[in-house]
Design a binder for this molecule. Structure first.
Ligand SMILES: *Cc1c(COP(=O)(O)O)cnc(C)c1O
Length: 289
């Protein structure tokens, strides 16, 4: 593989307050690109090279870890990147988007209404037509390649792992872990956005990739009001967790996941007797203004 994206193995951290729990530190595998997105993007290298792709085109929010990682990755690979951002050009640039520009990504803004069409081919067609040998990369990098890339997480799980807990955005990471672990390992996903239909779309998407519904569970009440919503309980949890463990959580994904895990450990002591690994998927860059 021709890429300069050199990843370290994620170390494991134990913390005093959670005796049976290991934290797999995907946030420490690369100085810029956090675990989750690095594993997904690396899986694209072959596709890019085999098809002589010159431009990576994708979508995301103003704090998107995905666009941030993609901009860096494109620069390292010598491939152009284009980001369609949910928002307005008049809004001040976030640190995330400033980095994207610095690394050479072209940014375009899309209204909230248009952004809702990001799963439709008609949304992508005109954007791809403008580019030289483009590759469409879905939100959160959801694709078969990215799921295969996310299977890498499993290599770093201790052999006696009984439960894996991870955040869920697109579900790519969850799918990778399910694919790469033995059937007796319990895989728990924590969706960080609300879905009144009980995550029907997510479940269907996972099913279509061949995932058996029996292989994973979702903690459906950990979204705290919806994507990007940070309650005062979460805020308190984040600052206490940082003070006690020295581990910074990103406010979108790992914060909700770790807080839900703590609530579960408290409400159900039996749960904590299992050998649990929780993934720190990184993303702290998005905490900047
Ligand atoms: C994107 C992201 C996730 C969500 O992962 P999916 O594979 O899309 O479910 C989790 N954590 C962080 C830090 C992320 O950036």
């Amino acid at each position: 593989m021709i890429t300069k994206l050199q990843l370290k193995a994620p170390p494991i951290t134990k913390i005093e307050e959670w005796p049976g729990v290991l934290i797999l530190r995907g946030d420490l595998i690369h100085p810029i690109v956090s675990g989750n997105k690095a594993f997904k993007l690396l899986s694209l290298v072959n596709t890019i090279q085999q098809n002589n792709i010159q431009t990576l085109v994708s979508v995301g929010g103003r704090y998107s870890n995905h666009l941030h990682a993609l901009a860096w990755f494109g620069r390292e690979l010598g491939v152009a990147t284009v980001g369609y951002v949910r928002g307005f050009a008049e809004q001040s640039l976030t640190s995330t988007l400033q980095d994207c520009l610095t690394w050479g990504m072209s940014l375009h803004f899309v209204s909230h209404k248009d952004y809702q069409r990001r799963y439709e081919n008609e949304f992508w067609q005109p954007k791809l037509e403008k580019e030289n040998r483009p590759l469409r990369i879905n939100e959160g990098a959801w694709s078969k390649d990215a799921i295969a890339g996310s299977e890498r997480w499993a290599k770093f799980l201790p052999d006696d792992t009984e439960v894996v807990v991870c955040p869920v955005g697109s579900g790519t990471t969850l799918a990778g872990i399910v694919n790469a672990t033995a059937p007796e390992v319990r895989v728990i996903g924590v969706p960080v956005y609300a879905d009144p239909s009980g995550y029907k779309d997510l479940r269907e998407r996972l099913f279509e990739t061949g995932l058996s519904p029996e292989r994973y569970e979702l903690w459906m009440d950990a979204h705290c009001g919806g994507f990007g919503k940070v309650t005062s309980e979460l805020q308190q949890f984040a600052s206490r967790f940082l003070a006690r463990t020295g581990i910074e959580l990103d406010r979108i994904y790992t914060l909700k996941t770790f807080c839900a895990l703590q609530n579960k450990l408290r409400s159900n002591p039996e749960f904590g007797k299992q050998k649990i690994v929780v993934l720190h998927t990184g993303g702290q860059q998005g905490n900047r203004p």
